[in-house]
Design a protein around this ligand. Structure first.
Ligand SMILES: Cc1cc2nc3c(=O)[nH]c(=O)nc-3n(C[C@H](O)[C@H](O)[C@H](O)COP(=O)(O)OP(=O)(O)OC[C@H]3O[C@@H](n4cnc5c(N)ncnc54)[C@H](O)[C@@H]3O)c2cc1C
Length: 419
């Protein structure tokens, strides 16, 4: 029985692990973090094609998977409705998807506290070397270790994430903490606000313990805001002891005055409903937004998938779905061709094409935000100069099945999984 070593036990790693397990492989997952990741909280927009893959793994996908908003409503900066349209996608949470995928996988084969340092290949397969001095040997090594992937660094040292020129402030508040009037106005809807230079989206997701009962859910928000890299981002990532953490800082170390400034900016720039939600959030955090694309996904018997391979700007809500589709394509290729160069070349060809198309679409949707901090105004294209709220609503809310250049590749993979 072939044996896969999956590096990274987040959603991409768990999709790959479950799917390979389902085709008869022995799979072991190695995760750097020391305990259950389910408390990582953030909203995740789903696509039906990702839910299909959960179903294929044997996970029950029912109404508890997420919250279905009644509408997508765009507010202007005074708080009045500018435009309203249906919101067809289910909004779930990272923890809800993780719990389902983790519980579907054999517990004894999932190893916490295992940080991959490097790997080597020989005629018998691949050996992974971990920080605790342990080793593991398998036939295939799958790097699902995220945007700063150690596996990618070894296969393609020159491929690095490119800062997109803006960050996402994020937060999650319990449903019960919304004042009654604000709850009645916004909770059942995906509210967005797109003033020139900024973009805000907020929506209900499952609450603690993945609860979707009324009163027990949570309200998730993401505010995209331009920040210049060398001074602005570096300052945001500098803690109270003047230590700069690079381009990401643990949420607990964000300086309180930066959070105060962020809240004040929200009142200045966004609809009052958005600023109120931000004020109600005790512990907002941020992530810098990056583009990452890899020219190849496979080298020998090692490969990368999910965010380790491509990272698209989050406006199209495709990160988890793409990781699931990468894993599906890999499992199908291995099922049809066994562990051969043919199988890995098929995976590589299909998912490089898919990844590039997702990146291009997400860049286009985020073009206005990206230009704000990275380009001189006189060089902005029309698309970069003005943000059309209705276009943003349509393009960021579209289902995968309604994006022809993407769905044609998914359907081709599913029609002819062996190529
Ligand atoms: C603001 C924002 C909003 C988003 N919204 C959405 C959305 O609505 N819908 C959506 O689908 N996606 C969304 N995404 C993207 C989504 O979160 C990611 O695409 C997705 O989580 C990728 O999963 P992954 O498993 O590939 O990588 P990750 O989730 O980054 O997991 C990598 C794992 O590898 C582990 N690891 C790293 N290095 C090592 C090592 N050396 N050894 C062992 N383990 C290691 C890490 O601890 C981690 O658990 C959003 C992203 C952002 C920033």
């Amino acid at each position: 029985m072939p044996h896969a070593l999956v590096i990274g036990g987040s959603l991409g790693g768990l999709f790959a692990a479950n799917l390979l397990h389902s085709i008869g492989w022995t799979v072991e997952v190695f995760e750097r973090v020391g305990d259950d990741l389910a408390s990582r909280g953030a909203g995740i927009g789903t696509h039906e094609e990702m839910l299909d893959i959960m179903h294929r793994i044997g996970i029950t996908v029912d109404a508890s998977i997420g919250v279905h908003p009644l509408s997508r409503t765009c507010l202007n900066t005074s708080g009045q409705t500018h435009h309203k349209m249906p919101r067809p996608r289910i909004l779930s949470s990272w923890g809800r998807l993780y719990r389902a995928l983790k519980d579907a996988f054999p517990e004894k084969n999932y190893h916490f506290n295992k940080t991959l340092l490097s790997f080597s290949e020989d005629p018998d397969g691949v050996t992974a070397y971990f920080a605790d001095q342990s080793q593991a040997h398998g036939d295939l090594l799958i790097g699902a270790d995220g945007i700063r992937s150690s596996v990618r660094a070894q296969i393609m040292p020159d491929v690095k994430p490119q800062y997109a020129g803006y960050i996402a402030w994020r937060g999650l508040i319990p449903e019960s903490s919304l004042p009654t009037a604000l709850h009645a106005e916004i909770f059942a809807h995906n509210m967005v606000c797109y003033p020139d230079g900024d973009a805000m989206t907020m929506y209900a997701v499952p609450g603690p313990n993945n609860d979707v009962r009324e009163g027990h859910r949570a309200y998730n928000w993401v505010w995209y805001h331009p920040v210049e890299e060398s001074r602005g981002l570096a300052d945001l990532c500098t803690d109270q002891s003047a230590h700069c953490h690079g381009t990401a800082i643990p949420p607990a170390l964000i300086r309180p005055e930066l959070i105060q400034t962020m809240r004040a900016n929200a009142h200045r720039l966004l609809a009052p409903q958005c600023a109120q939600i931000i004020d109600l959030t005790p512990d907002p955090f941020f992530q810098a937004i990056f583009d990452l694309s890899s020219p190849q996904l496979v080298q020998g018997r090692a490969l990368v998938l999910g965010d380790a391979a491509f990272v698209a700007r989050p406006h199209v809500g495709m990160g988890v779905t793409k990781a699931a589709l990468d894993a599906e394509c890999l499992a199908d290729a291995l099922k049809h061709h066994g562990l051969t160069d043919t199988a890995l070349a098929l995976f590589n060809r299909r998912q490089v094409l898919f990844g590039n198309r997702v990146i291009a679409r997400a860049r286009h949707v985020g073009a206005h935000l990206g230009a704000q901090a990275t380009k001189a105004p006189e060089t902005w294209t029309e698309e970069e100069r003005h943000q059309d709220p209705v276009r943003m609503m349509i393009e960021s809310g579209t289902r995968l099945r309604d994006v022809p250049q993407l769905i044609e590749l998914v359907l081709e993979n599913r029609r002819a999984p062996g190529g």
